[in-house]
Design a protein around this ligand. Structure first.
Ligand code: UDX
Length: 465
């Protein structure tokens, strides 16, 4: 089939490449000429594992092109709308201007029988309004709403092997259903569930899925707060409750909380929309979900201050991880970057590193110092903070690092390190939602006791040979 994908960000670029991989002829369209040039050269403008290879393969097959000219969408049977719906600058609601602009721009190029397919995350009610607009201009064109559930870092797999396909259709839209079935023939042949529903339900499926995931994370982070107040261990708690199939262990990792381009803005837009609909009471709990999440960032700063002996002023802090999660270079609403910036603002001297996100972080916070290796970042540090659980940070050797720092204190913002291994190597190990030292561990207690205000003199912190 000939398909166009309007909007080539995380969602659209991956969708376009995956659709070409499935054998469709695809044109990806974006107003950003730099983005179009880089995608057309097989170079993703963001980090996503496997995407460069997939783009190259699709471009070489001749089935994928990119353009800044919306007129190139003409002749495609299906037009995916995959533009961003960021949070408005001054309020919680979603900014739909890109969706409206892309549909307006597309209208003159639509042909009889075309199907427009919305993939962007939008407030409930948007699709019905757009459908009216489209059918007024082009009566034979129909709109379907087909939300996307891809996770950054796994975007290709999630697109090619979705755990479900959701079609939001108007009553009169059965033709659109057949066309979508053709687009997704491979996934359907693989037995992926396909759920057909009205526009409103399809729009709500997406935002309620994200609201549920955010709630699950904030639930365990609320438990972390209680654990901190009682000396209990939230990681053990999560393992134990996660064995109950009804609860499940996934998305129950306590730590710095959620960030990124989706969960934070989607729950806020959802609350804003519920308010407009007079159903705000139904979602007031999401405000608490948001607050719990943001409190984790402040708690992390407090923990860093604590291991630095009560003040951040002049303390050298190494921050490992800036992306909002591993396998991504995305720093939008990143808890890690937010903590790094707060530490710096409170007087610490922060040196940060991330395997992929440094360029994006440096654009947002040019005042932080950025290192090119973990060894450089931790050199003479008074505290080391792991804020994004990249594999290479999870597997760091505590003995190797101990000789580089001024004070062997590590704060694990993602509960991703082996506490015993770090403590056994002489480090003070602290984490969100976990006790200061394992009960009965003399070495750990000694390391913790040694810590506060007892930085080794910096001259002693020569790197080990
Ligand atoms: C999310 C949804 O998962 C996806 O279905 C939707 O399409 C887009 O939004 P994404 O933003 O890529 O995807 O990230 P996700 O993997 O959901 O993680 C979101 C945030 O939650 C990250 O900051 C992550 O570190 C955090 N998180 C996740 C936790 O703090 N604990 C967990 O247990 C899981």
């Amino acid at each position: 089939m000939r398909l166009s994908v309007i909007g080539c960000g995380y969602l659209g670029a991956v969708h376009a490449a995956c659709m070409a991989k499935l054998g469709h002829d695809v044109v990806g369209i974006d107003v950003d000429s730099a983005k179009v040039a880089s995608l057309g050269a097989g170079e993703p403008p963001f980090f996503e594992p496997g995407l460069a290879e997939l783009l190259t393969e699709a471009l070489e097959s001749g089935r994928l092109q990119f353009s800044t000219d919306i007129a190139d969408a003409a002749g495609s049977a299906v037009h995916f709308i995959a533009v961003g719906t960021p949070q408005k600058r001054t309020e919680n609601g979603a900014d739909l201007s890109h969706v409206a602009a892309s549909v307006d721009a597309l209208l003159p190029h639509l042909r009889e029988g075309d199907v427009v397919v919305g993939k962007s995350t939008v407030p409930v009610g948007t699709a019905r309004g757009l459908s009216t607009r489209i059918t007024e201009a082009c009566p034979s064109v129909t709109l379907a709403w087909n939300p996307e559930f891809l996770r950054e870092g796994y975007a290709i797999k999630d697109t090619l092997e979705p755990d479900r396909l959701v079609y939001g259709l108007d009553d009169a839209n059965s033709g659109a259903q057949l066309i979508l079935d053709e687009v997704y023939a491979q996934a359907l042949a693989d037995g992926r569930p396909r759920l057909v529903m009205d526009y409103e339900t399809a729009e709500l499926v997406k935002v309620s899925a994200n609201a549920f995931l955010a709630t699950k994370i904030s639930f365990i982070n609320a438990m972390a707060e209680v654990c901190e107040a009682t000396g209990a261990d939230v990681s053990l708690l999560a393992d134990a409750i996660g064995h109950d199939d009804r609860i499940g262990r996934r998305f129950l990792n306590a730590g710095l909380g959620f960030g990124g381009g989706c969960l934070p803005k989607d729950i806020r837009a959802f609350m804003a929309r519920a308010g407009e609909l007079g159903a705000d009471q139904a979602l007031t709990f999401l405000r608490e979900v948001d607050s719990i999440n943001m409190r984790r960032r402040s708690r992390m700063v407090d923990l860093a201050r604590e291991v630095c002996g009560g003040s951040l002023l002049g303390q050298r802090i190494a921050v490992l991880g800036l992306a909002f999660k591993p396998n991504s270079d995305d720093v939008r609403d990143s808890p890690a970057l937010s903590v790094a910036a707060q530490l710096q603002l409170q007087g610490a001297a922060v040196t940060a590193i991330d395997p992929q996100a440094v360029p994006n972080a440096a654009r947002r916070f040019p005042d932080l110092a950025y290192a090119t290796s973990v060894q450089e970042a931790v050199q003479n540090a008074d505290a080391v903070l792991v804020l994004t659980e990249w594999e290479e940070y999870r597997t760091l050797n505590p003995e190797d690092l101990a000789g580089l720092v001024a004070r062997p204190a590590i704060v694990d913002g993602r509960n991703c390190l082996d506490a015993t291994a770090w403590r056994d190597a002489g480090w003070t190990y602290r984490a969100l939602g976990r006790p200061k030292a394992a009960a009965g561990s003399a070495a750990a207690a000694a390391a913790d006791a040694r810590l506060i205000g007892e930085a080794r003199p910096r001259v002693a912190a020569e790197p080990r040979a």
